[in-house]
Design a protein around this ligand. Sequence first.
Ligand code: ATP
Length: 427
Amino acid sequence: MIIAFDDTDSRNTGMCTTYLGALLFEELQQYGPITDDPLLIRLNPTIPYKTRGNAAVALQIETSKPEEVISHVIGRVENFAQFQDENTNPGVVFIRPEQFESCRTELANFFLETVQQVIPIDRAKEIIARNKIEARGYKNGRGLIGALAACGAVLAGQWDYTYELLAYRQPDNWGTLRRVNEKSIWEADNVTYPETWDNVDVANNMVVCVPHSVDPVLYGIRGKNKDTIRKAANMILGEAIERSLLYRTNQGTDMHLIPASFIEDLQDLHSYTIELKVTTVPHTIEGGHTFFKAADKKDKNIDCAAFEPTKNFRELVRKLIPGDLVILSGSMKDGTLNLEKLEIKRLEPKFELVNPTCPSCGKRMKSAGKNQGYRCRNCKTTASEPEIIEIPRDIEIGIYEVPPCARRHLSMPLIRKEQNSYIHPSR
Ligand code: ATP
């Protein structure tokens, strides 16, 4: 049986759907074996009503006591969900083995759509009713969307994945300052990077695997190899943890990015990869946000932004000039493409006007006065026009990304792509 749930936590009072997943992963084993990796699914990262990372969780159990499993799960959701938060609308979905085949294609598609698009709640409710799926939605039932998508992730079979080990704090410590030895995290990263990633942000000198919110997570270690992840986690020193769980996840896969060709096809609250030509010199406004315009093959322009939290990524963006050919990845919000990755395909040559060189002595001439051309002081030669010289660009062709401190859960770190000189992973 597949068990999936979503939308149990609150930005103000804490909890985390993944914590409930870890608890149930242990408790449900009394009813039979958990038959696959627990799944942590990240959904459309632009959804406004998400608490933090728009996550849903799915577990798979082989059991002869499905009714007991269902009532246990419902009891736990009702105990733990932060119902008092108006933004918390839990959803729980159960799919019995005999329903797997009839639901597989529809729910696998629903999973991808929920990662990339905006789904109305009625759509989830209609799928649940038509397929006679057992489900419980609380309040407006919005959590059913994520829970149903997480079931789809189980049934979808093949998709790119990574892992994350989440370690949870002792309940007495929830809401207090986290006590983690930062040096041990840098050491763990040093030993296990690049098989684990996003533990630290080297360029910005900060630890990024320890959250600052009120949730029960102490730290999360991401990577592709389970043993290396566990090795890193074992090296981290700090307050005692209550439990931990290693999730399989669609984090770090770029699953949210929709390939697009034309700006007219881009919609708010969706994320895209699109090839464009830079059309304005990037400018930075107060607060540090950097903007430029870029056009598609129909010469339609769009505003592109690298916001302040993307830190050193903005320095790269500021080096773009009109004419550069780029492939941009990011989310559409208020008609602006918020960048998370930037591939430079072709660099426009950059020219500068300089005083002409003297044909006799080879030195640069001086201005002879406003609108009076140029003159060599030594040789008295003159020239009316400045010289145009090509100056080297201080960026290279290649793929660049925002630093780990600004990375979206779903964004694929470049370190996951094949290593070659064309790629510039940010550390
Ligand atoms: P939690 O840790 O509790 O999962 P979160 O940051 O993941 O917190 P939620 O509290 O789950 O956020 O809120 C996200 C809500 O948005 C859920 O109700 C989920 O079902 C819904 N949702 C997720 N993806 C989509 C989508 N593509 N379209 C519409 N609703 C969505």
